[in-house]
Design a protein around this ligand. Structure first.
Ligand code: MN
Length: 500
């Protein structure tokens, strides 16, 4: 999908010419050590690249322009080792288009009590230099992340990595293409939205493709390729005899394999990063794609059902943000509830399309009728998902802005078998509790479709929303409903004032 180490954060250290050559040599040497130290930390998933220190408006403008144009540069980290008068930064910050992290650090961790003198004081000035820079970024109303602490501190490095991953997800969206087979599910509101505004704000495009064109690609897949993929299924998943060659349902498996090969080819040929489909528009397709979608998601494609392009795009960005972390991020739907007051929880699933990367054991390939859409019985992978900390995230179009809603949840192992449920499923308890979590989600306008993530935290998604410049509301262990509702009201006023 993407190798995060190929992505670069540029480490830009501000200073000024006032200090003289000797001091500036020291600044440069220290900055290089800090940049290399962060780059070499096992906590950091991207590359951190030292840039020559900047000492004037011209050097700042030049460096930030280069960052804008550099293909692999996903953002910049700034640090003012010394004082860097911030009017020098105006021109550069005005044109900066890449995400910005302000690292408020210092070369030395401790005060050298016995030796500290005015030379030391004049070199190690970030305590005031970074405040001057911070004022200007605030004054210019620029989005940025501020991380505070010594650069070798593990917590600081962790915070930098969270933001770096958000910047990587954002980078992945720029110029990304998402394909829609069919329109939105008829009359559904929350999955719809303004695709023009989304492209303007988020950088990805969503366009429609005729299902017939996809069917033409599927029909061109050779029988030999289909047979080969069916064998992969047989090796990879549990299958009853009726699904294997000679069995009565084997034809359904072959059809599903053919759909997967065709979809994969269509997406590869068009350089798409994700897609959506809808069961209301499957003309020429024999089944609603089930296992095909489940396996494509596991390979990194964004997807959401019923034409939900916003969730498909968010699934994709979340997969990029979570590369290399334990667990995955997946398309999910709040399906049905267990309202036992002592043990309330949500059962999450979808008609078919639950990401195969969520499986906690070898999935079972099954063929069952689908009570909707009027197509042939589709093949799908059925499995359970591990418990643990997780979250749900939903991107909604509020008309004047996009809002990202995040709810931290505790996933739990199924307390009982679900022998008759023919789809993969997850169980979770919303934080802070079922009633508050669900009420807050509904007040915020969160969708039934979500990105369910086992590996991302609210910090990743908050950083991502900040980079995107959109509203983000978190529902978690400390959420109080009255305060949360007030926050929504205040945000409403803020975004009304902000919109032009
Ligand atoms: Mn759905």
């Amino acid at each position: 999908m993407t190798n995060l180490k190929e992505l670069e954060l540029w480490f830009v250290t501000g200073s000024q010419n006032l200090y003289g050559e000797e001091t500036l040599k020291q600044v440069s040497k220290h900055a290089q050590l800090v940049a290399d130290g962060i780059n070499n930390s096992s906590k950091i998933s991207v590359s951190v690249v030292f840039k020559p220190i900047v000492k004037s408006s011209e050097e700042i403008f030049e460096t930030l322009q280069q960052a804008n144009a550099a293909k692999n540069c996903i953002g910049i980290i700034t640090w003012m080792h010394t004082f860097s008068p911030a009017k020098m930064w105006i021109r550069g910050l005005n044109v900066l288009q890449k995400p910005l992290l302000h690292l408020h650090t210092q070369f030395n961790r401790d005060l050298p009590w016995d030796t500290i003198d005015m030379d030391f004081m004049n070199l190690n000035q970030s305590a005031h230099g970074d405040r001057e820079f911070g004022f200007m970024v605030t004054r210019m109303r620029k989005n940025r992340k501020v991380v505070v602490g010594h650069w070798q501190d593990e917590e600081v490095l962790g915070e930098i990595d969270v933001w770096a991953r958000a910047a990587a997800g954002w980078h992945d969206w720029q110029g990304a293409k998402f394909a829609r087979f069919g329109d939105n599910m008829r009359f559904v509101a929350v999955t719809d939205g303004d695709k023009v505004e989304a492209e303007t704000q988020f950088g990805f495009s969503v366009n429609t493709y005729a299902v017939g064109d996809l069917v033409a690609v599927i029909n061109n897949i050779s029988d030999a390729a289909v047979a080969e993929l069916a064998q992969v299924y047989e090796r990879t998943y549990e299958m009853e005899a009726s699904l294997k060659p000679g069995g009565e349902k084997h034809q359904s498996v072959l059809e599903a394999a053919k759909i997967e090969l065709g979809l994969r080819k269509f997406l590869e040929d068009g350089n798409f990063k994700g897609f959506s489909d809808t069961f209301e528009d499957l003309h020429g397709l024999i089944q609603l794609p089930g296992i095909a979608v489940q396996r494509l998601m596991a390979d990194g494609y964004g997807f959401a059902g019923e034409g939900d392009w916003k969730t498909a795009a968010l699934v994709r960005a979340s997969k990029v943000m979570g590369l290399g972390l334990n667990g995955t991020s997946a398309f999910m739907e709040d399906y049905t509830y267990h309202f036992d007051p002592a043990n309330a929880m949500v059962l999450g699933s979808h008609m078919l399309e639950v990401d195969a990367a969520l499986a906690n054991a070898k999935p079972k390939l099954e063929v069952h009728p689908l009570g909707i859409g009027g197509k042939a019985d589709p093949a799908r992978l059925v499995f359970n998902v591990d418990g643990g900390n997780a979250l749900n995230a939903s991107l909604v179009d509020m008309g004047n802005r996009f809002r990202l809603i995040v709810n931290e949840v505790e996933a739990v192992a199924a307390p009982h078998d679900l022998p008759k449920l023919p789809v993969a499923r997850v169980l979770w308890k919303p934080l802070p509790d079922m009633k508050t979590g669900c009420a807050a989600w509904i007040y915020a306008g969160g969708a039934h479709h979500t990105v369910y993530s086992q590996c991302l935290t609210k910090e990743h998604l908050t950083d991502f929303a900040n980079i995107a410049g959109i509203e983000c509301v978190n529902i978690g262990s400390d959420t109080k409903l009255d305060h949360f509702r007030n926050q929504l009201h205040w945000n409403e006023a803020f975004y009304q004032l902000q919109s032009k």
